[in-house]
Design a protein around this ligand. Structure first.
Ligand SMILES: NC(=O)c1ccc[n+]([C@@H]2O[C@H](COP(=O)([O-])OP(=O)(O)OC[C@H]3O[C@@H](n4cnc5c(N)ncnc54)[C@H](O)[C@@H]3O)[C@@H](O)[C@H]2O)c1
Length: 174
């Protein structure tokens, strides 16, 4: 079992949102970072600007082709596949968002496993779930459903740690 995964020198790919805080932490730890988002905001733009270790990859996580192209993008920019993948983008209370909140971590985990296996690398996948993944709320049933789904994904992929040297973990903000 591995728990010690220092980020120094690692390549990290993060999709959206709260992910910016993680990107900053990763950069300050000496990692190279790919921000995969629809767009940069003022704060994330500052992180990317003039820093060769941070790269913006324009990506709609609801689009399978965009996600598939993340690894080739990493290879073209940093000559490597990411060591760590954070499936973070996700909000909303509509059927469309259920797909985005749940399908994107499923797809990104598969992409991560394939990329890491192909290089025989040890890696980490972090899925941002929510307290809404642990408890139901009458006012946001679709968001809760999607986040409950991510908990099932994280639990199901736990064995990847021993089977494939890929540790899949979740965080539940809220
Ligand atoms: N903020 C909270 O209080 C809270 C609580 C619990 C869980 N979460 C979870 O944390 C994660 C981030 O939430 P947040 O509050 O930071 O969100 P946010 O709304 O602040 O940011 C969302 C980010 O995702 C990007 N994004 C949206 N749709 C996208 C798409 N289709 N493709 C690529 N990028 C896209 C946006 O551009 C933005 O940068 C989500 O998974 C959310 O469910 C947040």
């Amino acid at each position: 079992m591995f728990g010690n995964f220092p980020l120094a020198g690692k390549l990290v790919a993060v999709t959206g949102g709260i992910g910016l805080a993680f990107c900053k932490l990763a950069v300050s730890s000496g990692a190279r970072v790919i921000i995969a988002d629809l767009k940069l905001n003022q704060e994330s733009e500052q992180l990317v600007h003039g820093n060769n270790n941070v790269s913006f990859y324009k990506c709609n996580v609801a689009n399978w082709k965009d996600l598939e192209a993340l690894v080739p993008y990493a290879e073209s920019q940093f000559s490597d596949v990411p060591d760590m993948y954070a499936a973070n983008a996700g909000v909303g209370e509509s059927i469309r968002h259920v797909g985005r909140n749940l399908a994107h971590p499923i797809k990104l985990s598969r992409i991560a496993l394939r990329a890491l296996w192909s290089r025989d690398k040890k890696g980490v996948v972090v899925v941002t779930s929510s307290v809404a993944g642990l408890h139901g709320h009458f006012s946001t049933p679709l968001y809760c459903t999607s986040k409950h789904g991510t908990i099932g994904l994280i639990k199901s992929l736990a064995r990847a740690e021993t089977e494939a040297n890929v540790k899949v973990v979740g965080v539940c903000p809220g």
